[in-house]
Ligand binder design. Sequence first.
Ligand SMILES: [Mn+2]
Length: 468
Amino acid sequence: MKKLWLLLLVLPHLASAQQTNIQTTEYPNDYLSPEFHAGRRAAFKEKMPAKSVGIFFASQVRLRNNDVDYQYAQSKNFYYFTGLEEPNSLLLLFKEPTTIMGKTGTEFIFVQNRDPQREMWNGKILGIEGVTSRYKFSNVFLNRDFTANTFNINDYDSVLTAFRSEDIFQTYARSRDELSRMAGVVDSLIKQYKKPIAARTTAQILTALRGIKQPEEIAILEKAAAISVEGHNEVMKAVKPGMTEYQAQAIMEYSFKKNGSEYPGYPSINGAAENACVLHYVTNLKLMKNGDLLLSDCAAEYHGYTADVTRTVPVNGKFSPEQKIIYELVLAAQDSAIAVCKPGMPYSGSDATARRVINRGLIALGIAANDAEARKYFPHGTSHHLGLDVHDLGIRGNQPFEPGMYLTVEPGIYIPPGSKCDPKWWSIGVRIEDDILITKEGNRNLSAGSPRTVTEIEKLAKAKTIFN
Ligand SMILES: [Mn+2]
């Protein structure tokens, strides 16, 4: 009887909880496959100029304070090409087969050696065997074997790296790990190199590749978006006057972590009232009161890929008439902009369309006299690409959309106190941001699971939350 009673209490929660990402295996098993990463390396090599070498470093371990490091975050380019999340590693890609330490091929990876003492403190290091079996690399060496004699840089017509020489030096020179030593070697090689390094060509190739998401990446991006949506929906249900901005952040990030997100994709922005008008407000300390709007720009990263979602909700569950007018203007701008994100349409159309709607609206409301004044209330661009980076690589300007591109559409209106308009508009800050995947047919909004209309938001605000 007692047990049945417990079951009855639990059942409604089970029924209403969104099952975004339920892990049933001992460890997550939905990582990108070795074949995906091999395919990305092949695509890069395909675009490399003749007689060229590509050099990609893992991220450095960054000191937080005293002897404590920040949680390690791999270089996105390195991750894209390898999947390996260990530091102190280096990837070399060659256009033509090359022989290094008796092995011939076009790709060589230098990785950490296994070390029982370090593994006791920090966990397993894959080593040569682990990297060979898990990531299916054929030419795996220890990082300590990478030297100035590994290859002759002057044999190559171009060196492709995302770093400029000084950057390598400045970024890595101070610490004493293997990455710094290898970076020092590359730095000295580049100083002997007779030609400028092809940083621009590197950026162009990376942009062409990372700007179009592959099906395996889209599956991960869908999870990152679904996890983000659930966090936003939990905040919509739970937010109320008397709660602080950081408590809204806590609910958001609890929900992300609960669903397997390793990190927030960027520092969570939770700003109420005038703080909603600060575009990248991450202080999140204010007590929220009746009548405030809360702007939450937060998203989950999942297996290296992030979403980027913003919702703006009334703290008391109901928009005031002025808030509703501004909110619906931003929503109209967003809907119009999303509608022009289709194959063949220019990237810049998203911003042009959203801005036209917002300018017209602000002028009609008497908030702005002209387009230049309207711009002060909508001071940022409408879209950016996203993926491995929250501001990802991709086309610009009038270049046309293609299927597989993934971008935000995020118009906003911000009216800080003291603005030159009727004070009834002051402290209204609204941004609505969704993640739009360009498809053959048009587009798909991967963050559509979080309500955007006034009616839907006010309805969800009344729903039961586990946080009260
Ligand atoms: Mn964004």
